[in-house]
Design a protein around this ligand. Structure first.
Ligand code: GAL
Length: 633
C-alpha cells in the first residue's frame, strides 16, 4: 500500500489564474491528492436548476493535468440560500425549539426528506459529470456529520419521522409502552402520532424515549449518507469516504462506515486538547502545542476499524486553528509527527487542511500550508519533509494488535441519556482505558460491539458496554482471550431498563452488580493493591473469585475462567497498574515509556513519537521534542 499526502483546496476562493501555479506547487511539495468541492453548491448551482459547471470542470482539468489525484466532495453540508426558500422547514431546530438559521453551514435537518432528495439530486449530477473522470479517484460524501451539533434536531420533520420509525420498530403502542415502561408516571400512548420528541418536558423524559430518539437520529445520518452512496455507486468505482470528527458519539459510525469504502477523519490535535478533552491545567499546558499524546492514536485506531482496515486523515491541522478558545501554534515538528503517527497507525493518506489560509470569512484565522499572501507557512517545509521521507521508507504495514478495546456508540447514547454521575461519558471511559494501554506501549485494535471472534487477541477490554450483544457475549464466554469488562458493562436491556437477573449475564460467571455509586471529583474509593476508583463504583456480589478488593474489603475485581469484572473507573495510574497485570497474565509484553513518548509497532518498524516539549531518550537514542524515530523490528 502506498502512503501519500494531500491537501484540501478551495479553487472557488481564489482567482482562476493562480490555480495552475497552485497545482504545480502542490506537486512540487510532494502532494498526491487534492480534495475539492465540498462547500461549493452555490457556485455549482447558483439558482434552482441553473448550473455553472465551467469553473469546476476547469479546476478538475488544471489539477489533474498537474498530476494530482482528486477527492471530489459532494457539497451537501452547505445548501445554498435559495434552498431555504424552497424548503423553509429544512432548517434544524435545537432542543429549546429554536430554529437554527442560514448563514454558516450544516443548516439542514437529517430527517427532512425534501432536502434528502436535493442531496441525492446534486450527488447524481456530480456523479454523472465526474464519476468516470480518471483524475477523480475518491469521493467524500458531505462534510463532518454532526459538526456543530447537528445530528439531533427537534423539528416537525424529525417528529413525523420518529413516529414512523417507532411504528416500524414496535408495531404497536402496547409493545412500545411495555418496552419503555410507560406505566411509570402514566406515560402510556394509544397511538404513535401522540408520541412527541423528548425535549421541553417538565422534568426528565423517560430515558427509553430519549434513547429511541437518539437511535432514530443516528439512523437518519446513516440513511442520508446511504442515499448519496447509492447514487454515486451508479457512476463511479472510486472509493467513497466520509470525513468523521474527533470525539463524536451522536451517531453510529460503525453503521455509516459499513456503507463506505474508507473511513477518514479530521485531526486537529491542538484544538481538541483545549476544546474537547478533559485534563488537568498542567497536562493542557504541557501538551499545549502538541495535542494530547493519545487522542490522535485513539481516533486512528477507531477509524481504521470503522473503515474495515482502510483509513485516511482527510484534514490535518497545519498551524493554529480558529475555533478553540485559545489557538497556539504547534511546536516545530508536530505537523510532521502527526502525519507519521497516522501512517504508523495504518493511514493510507494524510491531507493537510488547507492549502492557503483564507483571507475572507469565518476561517481567515486558520493556518494553511501557505499564508494568505501565498508565502510558505511553517507547515509547508514539514509536509515536504514527510513527502521525502515517504519515498525512502518502504511500506510498513499495520501489525496485528494483541489487545482489543470494544467501542459502542449505542452505549454512548444510553449513558448520555442516563449518566447517573455527571462525569460518566462513554468516550471518556473508553479513552481512559486506551490511554493506560498506550502508556504500556502496546498496539490496540478497536472493535465494534458486533465483534464475534476474539481469537486474534490475548486481551479484550469492554468498558461501559451497556448491553453485550449475543455474539460478543458468547465470544467472551467461549474463548481463552482474557476479557476485562466493566465498569457498567452489561447492566441494561436493549431498552435501557434493568434486566433480571441483573448483569453482567455471561455463562460461567457468577457476578452481579448489586448496587451502583457515582462519585463527585472530590471522592475516591481506594484499592488494597494501590490506587483508586474515581467517578464510579459498583458493589459486586457472587461466588466468582475476588482478584482485588478496596481498602474496606469490597470486591474491586472479580472473575471466573478468562473473564474479569472491574467494579469501578480506575484513575490514570491505577488503570495502568491494573492493565499491566492483565497484560502480564495474557502474555503481552509491556514497556515502561518515558513521559510523553509513545510507540507504535508496524509489521516492519517500531515508531517512537515524542509528544513531550523536551527531548526524551528511548533505548539510548535521544528524540528531540516533537521528534519521530523509527527502527526496524
Ligand atoms: C473542520 C471542517 C473544515 C474546517 C476545519 C477547520 O471541522 O471540516 O471545513 O472548518 O474544521 O479547522
Amino acid at each position: 500500500m502506498d502512503r501519500t499526502l494531500g491537501v484540501c483546496y478551495y479553487p472557488e476562493h481564489w482567482p482562476m489564474d493562480i490555480w495552475a501555479d497552485d497545482a504545480a506547487q502542490m506537486v512540487k511539495a510532494g502532494l498526491t491528492w487534492v480534495r475539492i468541492g465540498e462547500f461549493a453548491w452555490q457556485r455549482i448551482e447558483p439558482a434552482p436548476g441553473v448550473f455553472d459547471w465551467g469553473w469546476l470542470d476547469r479546476a478538475v482539468e488544471v489539477l489533474s493535468q498537474a498530476g494530482l489525484k482528486i477527492v471530489m466532495g459532494t457539497p451537501t453540508a452547505t445548501p445554498p440560500r435559495w434552498m431555504i426558500d424552497k424548503y423553509p422547514d429544512m432548517l434544524p431546530v435545537d432542543d429549546q425549539g429554536r430554529i437554527r438559521k442560514f448563514g454558516s453551514r450544516r443548516h439542514y435537518d437529517f430527517s427532512h426528506l425534501g432536502y434528502r432528495g436535493e442531496a441525492v439530486r446534486i450527488a447524481r449530477l456530480m456523479g454523472e459529470r465526474y464519476g468516470a473522470h480518471p483524475a477523480i479517484q475518491a469521493w467524500q460524501i458531505d462534510n463532518e456529520y454532526d459538526c456543530h451539533d447537528t445530528t439531533l434536531s427537534y423539528s416537525d420533520a424529525a417528529r413525523v419521522g420518529f413516529q414512523d420509525w417507532l411504528a416500524q420498530r414496535y408495531q404497536s403502542t402496547d409493545v412500545l409502552n411495555r418496552a419503555w415502561g410507560n406505566v411509570f408516571w402514566s406515560m402510556d400512548y394509544d397511538s404513535f402520532d401522540q408520541i412527541d420528541l423528548p425535549n421541553l418536558t417538565v422534568t426528565e423524559p423517560n430515558p427509553a424515549h430519549v434513547l429511541a430518539f437518539r437511535r432514530y437520529s443516528s439512523d437518519q445520518v446513516v440513511a442520508f449518507n446511504r442515499a448519496q452512496v447509492d447514487v454515486l455507486r451508479e457512476f463511479t468505482k472510486a472509493p467513497l469516504i466520509h470525513n468523521y470528527m474527533g470525539r463524536i458519539t451522536t451517531f453510529d459510525h460503525w453503521a455509516v462506515g459499513a456503507d463506505l469504502d474508507i473511513a477518514s477523519w479530521d485531526s486537529y490535535p491542538i484544538g481538541f486538547l483545549s476544546d474537547r478533552l478533559e485534563g488537568t491545567p498542567q497536562e493542557k499546558q504541557r501538551f499545549l502545542r502538541q495535542g494530547h499524546p493519545d487522542n490522535q492514536a485513539f481516533h486512528h485506531d477507531l477509524y481504521r476499524a470503522v473503515g474495515r482496515g482502510r483509513m485516511w486523515v482527510m484534514e490535518q491541522q497545519p498551524g493554529p486553528v480558529n475555533w478553540a478558545p485559545y489557538n497556539p501554534a504547534p511546536l516545530p515538528g508536530m505537523a510532521r509527527l502527526w502525519a507519521w503517527e497516522a501512517f504508523a497507525h495504518g493511514a493510507e493518506t494524510v491531507c493537510y487542511f488547507r492549502w492557503r489560509q483564507a483571507a475572507i470569512a469565518q476561517e481567515q484565522m486558520h493556518a494553511g500550508l501557505l499564508r494568505p499572501d501565498s508565502a510558505p507557512a511553517p507547515a509547508l517545509a514539514e509536509c515536504k519533509q514527510v513527502a521525502r521521507e515517504l519515498r525512502s521508507l518502504p511500506a510498513v504495514g499495520c501489525a496485528q494488535a494483541p489487545v482489543a478495546l470494544v467501542f459502542d456508540y449505542d452505549s454512548a447514547f444510553a449513558w448520555d441519556t442516563q449518566p447517573q454521575g455527571a462525569d460518566f461519558d462513554m468516550f471518556r471511559l473508553a479513552f481512559a482505558a486506551y490511554r493506560a494501554l498506550r502508556k504500556l506501549g502496546v498496539n490496540i485494535d478497536i472493535l465494534s460491539p458486533d465483534a464475534s471472534d476474539l481469537s486474534q487477541y490475548k486481551l479484550v477490554l469492554a468498558p461501559g458496554i451497556m448491553h453485550l450483544r449475543n455474539p460478543l457475549r458468547a465470544a467472551i464466554a467461549g474463548s481463552d482471550t482474557l476479557a476485562l469488562i466493566g465498569p457498567r458493562t452489561d447492566t441494561k436491556t436493549v431498552e435501557l431498563s434493568i434486566p433480571t437477573p441483573m448483569g453482567p449475564n455471561i455463562d460461567g460467571l457468577d457476578v452481579t452488580i448489586a448496587l451502583t455509586e457515582s462519585l463527585p471529583p472530590t471522592d475516591a474509593i481506594t484499592l488494597a493493591q494501590g490506587g483508586c476508583f474515581k467517578h464510579w463504583f459498583e458493589h459486586l456480589e457472587g461466588t466468582a473469585q475476588v482478584f482485588e478488593t478496596t481498602t474496606s474489603g469490597q470486591p474491586a475485581i472479580m472473575g471466573a475462567k478468562n473473564i474479569r469484572v472491574l467494579a469501578g473507573w480506575p484513575d490514570d495510574t491505577t488503570y495502568v497498574r491494573i492493565l499491566k497485570d492483565h497484560c502480564a497474565e495474557a502474555g503481552i509484553t509491556t514497556h515502561d515509556l518515558p513521559e510523553g513518548l509513545r510507540i507504535r509497532d508496524t509489521d516492519t518498524h517500531r515508531f517512537v513519537f515524542n509528544y513531550a516539549p523536551e527531548a526524551q531518550v528511548w533505548n539510548g537514542t535521544t528524540i528531540p521534542a516533537a521528534g519521530v524515530h523509527w527502527e526496524a523490528l
